[in-house]
Design a protein around this ligand. Structure first.
Ligand code: PEP
Length: 253
């Protein structure tokens, strides 16, 4: 049985000051009982990670970053490394988000290097994969996603995979208000699970959590999360309001 996993990707929103309100809302609205039933992770900007630690204190809410560099340290002005986020208690990092692929030229090869670096520091990658509208309309979505999974997870072991979470995020659904239907999303999750089985075997495929992301909100979450292969959500816009995020979490159990 795969435990449901709900992560909030705050993207480039909130300051170290304004993140406090959002975090306080989550801390007061999420009981320990709920946090036992669902794995909940927040991924604020780097500049709010210290505040996040202060506000969530002993609550069982995981902390994630939104990116890392593939190297440990060095002359890479403006970059943030795995040991840096580790020192701020990040147990997770989002890698391969379509916005990083689209605006910062991240390739499957680079994402693979970042995933390996995260794992080296005991940080669990949330690997994002997903097709563009053009790719879907040209019936290439299955092949694109299969390739992303295969290339981004290249050289990983079954043991590594115990610490990897995958998020299927169709690019055309991110921040657009257009959501994949539960059946469309579930179909792609099955494709991803099959790709995992081809590489790592059935045990790994059955135990890896695959999240859906793309305009998931408090209205559509329950229907998406009811699908057998959808193990949680990666939430962007709807994670910026504590009430909405909590409602999504509540629909996960
Ligand atoms: C995301 O950025 O990962 C995401 C799913 O965004 P949104 O929920 O806003 O579509």
């Amino acid at each position: 049985m795969r435990k449901k996993f709900i992560a909030g990707n705050w993207k480039m929103n909130t300051t170290s000051v304004t993140s406090k309100d959002l975090l306080s809302g989550l801390v007061s609205g999420l009981s320990d009982e709920i946090l036992e039933k669902v794995d909940v992770v927040v991924c604020p900007p780097f500049t709010s990670l210290a505040t996040t630690n202060e506000v969530i204190k002993n609550k069982k809410i995981g902390i994630g970053a939104q990116n890392i560099h593939q190297k440990d340290e060095g002359a890479y002005t403006g970059e943030i490394s795995a040991p840096m986020i580790k020192s701020l208690n990040c147990g997770y990092v989002i890698l391969g988000h379509s916005e990083r692929r689209q605006y910062f030229g991240e390739t499957n090869h680079l994402i693979n290097a970042k995933i390996k670096n995260a794992l080296k520091y005991g940080i669990k990658p949330i690997l994002c994969v997903g097709e563009t509208l053009d790719e879907r309309e040209n019936n290439m979505h299955m092949k694109i996603v299969d390739d992303q999974v295969t290339l981004c997870l290249k050289d990983l072991t079954k043991e590594d995979m115990k610490n990897v979470i995958i998020a299927y995020e169709p690019v055309w659904a991110i921040g657009t208000g257009k959501t994949a239907t539960p059946d469309m999303a579930n179909e792609m999750h099955i494709i991803i699970r099959q790709a995992l089985e081809n590489i790592f075997g059935k045990d790994t495929a059955d135990s890896t959590r695959i999240l859906y992301g793309g305009s998931m909100n408090d209205k559509n979450a329950a229907e998406l999360l009811a699908k057998p292969d959808i193990d949680g959500g990666l939430i962007g816009g709807a994670a910026l309001k504590a009430d909405n995020f909590i409602k999504i979490i509540q629909s996960a159990y």
